[in-house]
Ligand binder design. Structure first.
Ligand code: HEM
Length: 481
């Protein structure tokens, strides 16, 4: 496959499905014992079963003429848990067993080749952002990102997140809202808080405006001519870099050491350059916002459709309030400890992430020939672990289409539940995501009621799996009992 076709694949894929911003990282296949002896063709294991479709376009139309999840499910039914196909100009191997997903995502790499996204998209997000990296620089970035998002760092921010949640909910009262759009605003505000803390207010409004312009041009044709969306987007990207540089310089002048993500990036021992910081801040916003907002939108939908589950969530959350009142002290603000007393609500979040599987898959690229399960994965082929298929397999989750949070009372079998991915590129923001969802749900369930505005059902991809039209709802404050 030449570089032009790789570029086309990435462009099309990003305009349709998922994780456009995430790495096209290399699967560095190790285990020398499993290597295919390249000198002797006779000993080569066969390619997995499957069909490659027409020259160049492969099976792209079959994939996109329907819900892509239907394509994956049909293929798996026909060929089993490992199969080959050809989509968007690339030969691919798709894997849908927990073991194979683990092999692809967790197996330690021995050699590397940078996974590239389409150049224009990398320029928009930032070529030095964490998704596109591996090796020492990736490990260093991960340490810095994790330092800011691990429970130790986020526990103090519960009241701030609560403040953001309450402001959002108040603004929905009595209105018909597009749930996804509103959840995006909420997740954006929480992400900004965890990146910059509370003290950069004036720059943050400017930053938000530029980010919205950047995002509008993300899937546009990469024609950098004045007047085009792409051009506006690239200008906004430049301005974003300048705003971040301004915030950094203000922190340096004031000698502030924040415990937020920016503080972690600026910390002297492993400090990044200003450009590296800007790329990674924009990348984290990109990773944090639509993902969390999609999950929240699905939760609201599933709770609306399952009154007994909503009742159980509400009772659990009311119990948290009661316990706080009984403990006295008069402080009604949520604490980290309160969020640890929400086991049923946490299972609702898990079950939502399983059923909705907003990221149907991720992908890597084999950097050398490797054998898995008696089949050859050839160098240069894309390898796609199909999260959704794993989450919807009756072997892993009985009655997989049923929304049943109680199934998470027992831990799922190893490698069967991967809403945050697995291995070296797994989601470093998962604790923050769960925390901000819990905080919003606490107030949503105890203070608000909602009803679906339309009769639309179904699913859309934008780029993550979403209820149709972003789930229009009417929200209102519960009247006193
Ligand atoms: C419910 C919400 C979220 C979901 C479902 C989610 C899911 C994922 C998944 C599956 C990956 C791995 C992709 C791969 O292996 O190719 C990932 C990576 C990532 N996520 Fe999340 N994520 C969520 C929220 C967040 C938040 C809130 C943040 C930051 C505050 C974040 C930051 C990141 C970053 C920086 C990466 C790249 C890690 C790397 O390449 O090393 N995510 N996410």
């Amino acid at each position: 496959m030449d570089s032009t076709s790789t570029v086309s694949m990435l462009f099309l894929l990003s305009s349709f499905l998922l994780f456009i911003f995430l790495p096209f990282l290399c699967l560095l296949c190790t285990l020398s014992s499993k290597k295919r002896p390249t000198s002797s063709k006779a000993q080569s294991p066969p390619l997995p079963p499957g069909s490659m479709g027409y020259p160049y376009i492969g099976e792209t139309f079959q994939l996109y003429s329907n819900n892509p999840n239907t394509f994956f499910a049909l293929k798996q039914k026909k060929y089993g848990p490992i199969f080959k196909t050809h989509i968007l100009g690339c030969p691919c191997i798709m894997v849908s067993s927990p073991e194979a997903a683990k092999f692809v995502l967790v197996t330690k790499p021995t050699s590397s080749k940078p996974g590239r996204s389409r150049a224009s998209k990398e320029r928009m997000l930032g070529p030095q952002a964490i998704f596109f990296q591996q090796g020492d620089y990736h490990a260093r970035l991960r340490r810095l990102v994790l330092r800011a998002f691990m429970p130790d760092a986020t526990r103090a921010s519960v009241p701030w997140i609560e403040d953001v949640a309450l402001r959002a909910l108040r603004s929905w009262d009595g209105r018909e809202i597009n749930t996804f759009q509103e959840m995006k605003t909420y997740a954006f505000n929480v992400a900004l808080l965890s990146i910059f803390g509370k003290d950069e207010i004036s720059s943050i409004e400017e930053l938000k405006k530029c980010y919205y312009t950047l995002e509008k041009g993300y899937n546009s044709m990469p024609v950098n001519v004045p007047g085009t969306l792409f051009h506006k987007s690239m200008k906004a990207r430049q301005q974003l870099g300048q705003i971040v540089a301004k915030i950094i310089s203000s922190r340096r002048q004031r000698n502030v050491e924040g415990r937020d993500l920016l503080g972690s990036f600026m910390e002297s021992k492993e400090a990044l350059t200003d450009d590296q910081i800007a790329d990674n801040i924009i990348g984290v916003i990109f990773a944090a916002r639509d993902t969390t907002a999609s999950v929240l939108t699905w939760i609201v939908k599933y709770l609306g459709e399952n009154p007994s589950i909503l009742k159980a969530v509400t009772e659990e959350q009311e119990e948290v309030i009661r316990e706080k009142e009984m403990a006295g002290g008069g402080d009604k603000t949520l604490t980290w400890a309160d969020t640890k007393r929400m086991p049923f609500t946490s299972r609702v979040i898990q079950e939502t992430m399983r059923v909705a599987s907003i990221l149907s898959f991720t992908f890597r690229e084999a950097v050398e020939d490797v054998e898995y399960g008696g089949y050859l994965i050839p160098k240069g082929w894309k390898v796609l672990p199909l999260f959704r298929n794993i989450h919807h397999s009756a072997d892993n989750f009985p009655e997989p289409e049923k929304f049943d949070p109680s199934r998470f009372e027992a831990a799922p079998k190893p490698n069967t539940f991967m809403p945050f991915g697995s291995g070296t590129h797994s989601c470093p923001g998962n604790e923050l995501a769960k925390l901000e969802i819990l905080v919003l749900l606490h107030h949503l369930a105890t203070k608000y009621r909602w009803s679906l505005s339309g009769s639309d059902t179904g699913i859309q991809f934008g780029p993550f799996a979403l209820p149709l039209n972003g789930l229009p709802l009417t929200f209102s404050f519960k009247t006193e009992k």
